[in-house]
Write a protein that binds this ligand. Structure first.
Ligand SMILES: [Zn+2]
Length: 69
C-alpha cells in the first residue's frame, strides 16, 4: 500500500505506507506520520497516477479509494 500526501511546498508525493519519511525534490523531509494523507493506492503505479491527477487538478479529493481489499 502506498500513501499520497502533499509537501508543504505544494508538491504531491507518494511513499510506501510503512516508510517513515519521504524527501521531496524541494529538499524538505516529510515525516509520514505527521503528513495529511490525501489518498491511498495499491501500488506505486496507482499512487503515481493519483499524484499526476492531483498535480493537474489541485482541487481537493473526489473519491480516490484503494481498489483492493
Ligand atoms: Zn516539497
Amino acid at each position: 500500500m502506498f500513501v499520497v500526501f502533499r509537501c508543504s511546498c505544494g508538491r504531491h508525493l507518494y511513499a510506501p505506507k510503512d516508510a517513515k519519511t519521504r524527501t521531496c525534490p524541494c529538499g524538505k523531509r516529510t515525516i509520514l506520520s505527521k503528513a495529511r494523507v490525501l489518498a491511498q493506492a495499491e501500488d506505486a503505479f496507482a499512487a503515481g497516477e493519483i499524484v499526476r491527477t492531483l498535480q493537474l487538478d489541485g482541487h481537493g479529493m473526489t473519491g480516490f479509494k484503494p481498489a483492493g481489499p
